[in-house]
Design a binder for this molecule. Structure first.
Ligand code: GLN
Length: 310
């Protein structure tokens, strides 16, 4: 097998993205959050950053988009720093096998969400963050800007507002969990924080840079900033592997073979611990709410570069 330095990532990405343009995209842009429905469905970007700071990109890789559920990984990272392992009393680490917004397990399991990446779990993480942070929206944004060393990151109030107006299911989740005693703060404050967190905007390039710490035992290898312990970095990757794509986590492992996280804005971040982070963006989603072309690109990428973790 070729050493990493000899793999021509740019050429491989050009070939994959050219092939991908030929495929008919059978996905649909998310429209249950009305503002997300306004995006140009043909946007398409990729950015790869290796732990020795080689960068390769393609298409609309520097254009910002709504990262949606990808931000749940950053929320978990901060919550683990602030709350530590106690957090696992209120949210599990098992795959749900259900859609990201499904309510079915929550009642059987007495208001304890299966994992931090389904909506219910992310709402609990938001509740935990609110209990710790003085100015939750501001402090979370500062955390994200700080770990990515990028002051240009921001929420999109238009998207947060649009989701708030249509967020009936998330309201159902939080009410149910409140009834089981698993939400400590005011539900409207938690929902508002969650919608803002999901509205965070980043480009593929910014995503790949921000998440590189998970490819390097919790330390950003470029800035040497320790973002989280290596033990927790390992665990976050494990949850991404098992839960990052909800009821399609098996398919993502099968086709791509990397820890990853998707968002309904059409973005995906995937991590190869010890090698790289790669972000893709294509807004049309498959039936499970994950980027249709994004999954295809990553599948070809790990096959052609022989760099799945399996
Ligand atoms: N904000 C979205 C929601 O709550 C996040 C879902 C996602 O990206 N999978 O529905």
């Amino acid at each position: 097998m070729k050493p990493d330095k000899l793999i021509d990532y740019q050429q491989i990405l050009s070939k994959i993205t050219a092939d991908c343009r030929q495929i008919d995209d059978i996905g649909n842009v998310a429209s249950y959050i009305p503002e997300l429905g306004n995006i140009d469905p043909n946007k398409f970007g990729v950015h790869l950053t290796t732990i020795d700071n080689q960068n390769f990109s393609f298409g609309d890789s520097t254009e910002k988009f709504s990262i949606q559920s990808i931000s749940k990984v950053l929320a978990l990272t901060l919550a683990l720093k602030l709350e530590g392992g106690n957090l696992w009393r209120r949210v599990g680490v098992e795959p749900s096998g259900t859609a990201f917004n499904s309510l079915v397990q929550l009642e059987y399991e007495h208001g304890i969400p299966r994992n931090p990446f389904i909506n219910a779990g992310a709402l609990v993480i938001c509740d935990i963050l609110i209990s710790h942070l003085k100015k939750p929206k501001y402090d979370f944004l500062e955390f994200t800007r700080n770990i990515s060393e990028n002051p240009n990151l921001n929420y999109c109030s238009r998207i947060a507002e649009s989701e708030k107006l249509a967020g009936f299911r998330n309201a159902a989740h939080i009410n149910l969990m409140k009834s089981y005693g698993n939400i400590n703060n005011d539900i409207n404050i938690v929902l508002d924080f969650y919608f803002n967190l999901c509205s965070l905007e980043m480009s593929c390039q910014e995503l790949a840079h921000t998440f590189l710490f998970l490819a390097s035992n919790g330390i950003n290898p470029i800035t040497n900033q320790q973002i989280i312990s290596s033990r927790r970095s390992k665990r976050i990757n494990a949850i991404m592997q098992l839960c990052g794509f909800y009821d399609e986590a098996g398919e993502f492992s099968f086709k791509v073979g990397l820890p990853g996280k998707s968002g309904v804005g059409g973005g995906i971040i995937a991590i190869h611990p010890g090698k790289y982070s790669i972000a893709v963006w294509s807004p049309k989603l498959n039936k499970k709410g994950n980027s249709y072309k994004g999954m295809k690109i990553l599948g070809s990428f790990t096959t052609k570069t022989r760099s799945s973790i399996f």
